[in-house]
Design a binder for this molecule. Sequence first.
Ligand SMILES: [Zn+2]
Length: 480
Amino acid sequence: MIKRNLRSAFVAGATLVALAACSSTDTDTVSTTKNEFNGPKNIIMVVADGMGPAYTTAYRNYVDDSKTAIVETVVFDDLLVGNASTYPAQVSGYVTDSAAAATALATGIKSYNGAIGVDVDKQPVQSVMHYAKQKGMRTGLAVTSQIVHATPASYIAHNESRKNYNAIADDFYDVRVNGEFVADVMLGGGTRYFEREDRDVLAQFIDAGYAYADSYNRLASVPTGSNVIGLFAPVALPWVLDDSRKNRLEYLTKQAIRQLENDKGFFLLVEASQVDWAGHANDIASAMAEMHDLALTIEYLKAYVSENPDTLVVLTADHSTGGLTIGARGDYRWTPSFLHKLDASASTMAKDIAGESLPGAYIEKTLGFALTDEEKKHFDDVAKQEESERYTAIKSFLDDKTNTGWTSTGHTGVDVEVFAFGAGYNAFMGQIDNTDIAKKIFSFIDKRPVLSSGIQTNIEMTPSDDKSDTCNFKEDWRCQ
Ligand SMILES: [Zn+2]
């Protein structure tokens, strides 16, 4: 109840801000009436890649206090406003990939699976980030994948294929809005794509005045209000279970906001990129750990919006992944408590078990719960197998313990939840389409004053990479 009242207060606060703005300006370039909402000052779009509805339910059960009779609500529950369809352009059927979905969320246009910021005719389309920059907002992104991965790429770049990481990295520098770079702040992984033999895009950004951070601590020392590129891994960040920071997305989000805050407002894209990767891998332990990092991020953003009620936060997924089910194989049971004490990801356990003299004991210690002698013997045998088989064995063991089910190693076509809070949140209520999210954000940005006249976005396609260097996303969703 308290939380619901708080949300009303956000909206009331935003209305007051809008009214104050109207009464104090007679010659404003924006035509407003006294009761018209002028749009949020700051817009934060959060994409939880792969987070279908089963993930949010599973997360609620995962953090449930089993000593009480009820399942306690979690941060997402109070913020739910509706549901979005995710289907791509007709040419790609009913099940979207992250590129088409990100293009829809970023530009409001449905495209084919694989498209990065281009329409079905492979023509470049404008994103809400381009438009925010055109309107004088500061802009940024904070993600846990490489920053050239499908979701962040679709807000900046234009490429016929998500696989062309090098060309997409070039676009981060080459695509300009009114002569300016699209993003002022870029945080995530991906030095491999920015420091290349054929082109050092990172050096170009540094020459152009960007601060560079290659570690979380160094990021904290960048002076507030800087333009910054922070790349913390050659490709993606580690699984959160293996990361030195267990709140890495929350941390990157805070740091991005610190750099972006200014009088004219900002647009920030945040992505919990690896919920999707856990889904592709059918790895329930990492799925829940990545969800927890997201939940911490949303807790922080709730606190931020209560201090800054002129900020809008929208959270949704691009699609669901893996066909996750809570309970499986005809058994009416789900037991997430087996996931509470993991000391490393299943992926790391699969690597490390091979070098252990007592593999069963190592797995028992790393999982954090007692194994039977038979189970320990099983892992002694598993340790002699190939790494991919070891990984599968550890994940299957946790699936059996928790009774988790999966139907796919790819995406599924179900609708996804939409969560929103802060100024203008109610524009996202009900059953909507993923393209509606971009359309609403465009309309909010559109309400802002035009800061200079005759602005044209200079959007051009860059040529594709050499096809020999591309990656098969069916085989490897991380595509390194
Ligand atoms: Zn995916």
